[in-house]
Ligand binder design. Structure first.
Ligand code: GAR
Length: 215
C-alpha cells in the first residue's frame, strides 16, 4: 500500500518534483494525494497537474485572519487523510493550533544548517557571516518557526566566489536528495519524535539530525 501525503507549496516546486520523480522511479512508495498552494501562479501547480495530482489554491489574501486561513487549509488537507504533510517551499507562518494538529506528522525543508539562520535570505546571511559551510535541513514542524526537531542535514562548502545564487543552486541539489530520504524513512515507519527529539531506527538523532554524505 502506498503512503498518502499532501504537499504544500508556494513557488517553483522543485522539491515536489523530486518526490514525484522518486515515486515514479519506484524509489518512494508514496501517494501524493494533493498539492495545495497559497499562490495561484506557483509553478509547482503545473508540475502537479502534469503528474495527474489534484491541486488546490487557497489564496491567503482572501482570508481576514491567519486563523481563518489555517482552518480552511486544515479542512482541505484533512479531506485527503494524509499520514504526512510535506511543506515544500510553503512560505507561510503557521498558527500554533495548526502545527499542533499535525504534530509529529508534518515536515519542512529549510535552506540552512539549523539551528543557524532561521527565517529568510539564508544564503546571503551565511556568506555575509563568512561561514565555511552552509546547507539544508529537514525537520519536524513545531509551533516555533524553523525550530522543530531536525531529521537530516546536508552541508556544502562556501567557496570564496560563491554568491547567494550559486550557493542556493548547490543547496537545492542537496534538498532534492535529503527531502525524499526523510519522507522515505517516515513512510517506512523508521522515524519518530518525542520530547527529547527526532528518532531514526530507535536511535535519538543529534540536534543537527542525521548528516547526509554523498560518499
Ligand atoms: C527551497 O529552497 C526550500 O528550502 C525553501 O524554499 C525553497 C522552495 O523551493 N524553504 C524555505 O525557505 C522555508 N523556510 P522549491 O519550490 O523549488 O521546492
Amino acid at each position: 500500500m502506498s503512503f498518502p501525503v499532501v504537499v504544500l507549496i508556494s513557488g517553483s516546486g522543485s522539491n515536489l518534483q523530486a518526490l514525484i520523480d522518486q515515486s515514479l522511479a519506484g524509489q518512494l512508495n508514496l501517494e501524493i494525494c494533493a498539492v495545495i498552494s497559497n499562490k495561484a501562479n506557483a509553478f509547482g501547480l503545473q508540475r502537479a497537474k502534469q503528474a495527474g495530482i489534484p491541486t488546490h489554491v487557497l489564496d491567503h489574501t482572501h482570508y481576514s485572519s491567519r486563523e481563518l486561513f489555517d482552518t480552511a487549509l486544515q479542512e482541505c488537507i484533512d479531506a485527503y487523510q494524509p499520514k504526512l504533510v510535506v511543506l515544500a517551499g510553503f512560505m507561510r507562518i503557521l498558527t500554533e493550533k495548526f502545527t499542533r494538529h499535525y504534530q509529529g506528522r508534518m515536515f519542512n525543508i529549510h535552506p540552512s544548517l539549523l539551528p543557524k539562520y532561521k527565517g529568510l535570505n539564508t544564503h546571503a546571511r551565511a556568506i555575509l557571516a563568512k561561514e565555511k559551510f552552509h546547507g539544508v535541513s529537514v525537520h519536524f514542524v513545531s509551533a516555533e518557526l524553523d525550530a522543530g526537531a531536525v531529521i537530516i542535514q546536508a552541508k556544502v562548502e562556501i567557496l570564496s566566489d560563491d554568491t547567494p545564487e550559486t550557493l542556493a543552486q548547490k543547496v537545492h541539489k542537496l534538498e532534492h536528495i535529503i527531502y525524499p530520504q526523510a519522507v522515505k524513512w517516515f513512510s517506512e515507519g523508521r522515524l519518530a519524535i518525542d520530547n527529547s527529539g527526532a528518532w531514526l531506527d530507535n536511535t535519538l538523532l543529534p540536534e543537527t539530525g542525521f548528516q547526509y554524505s554523498s560518499s
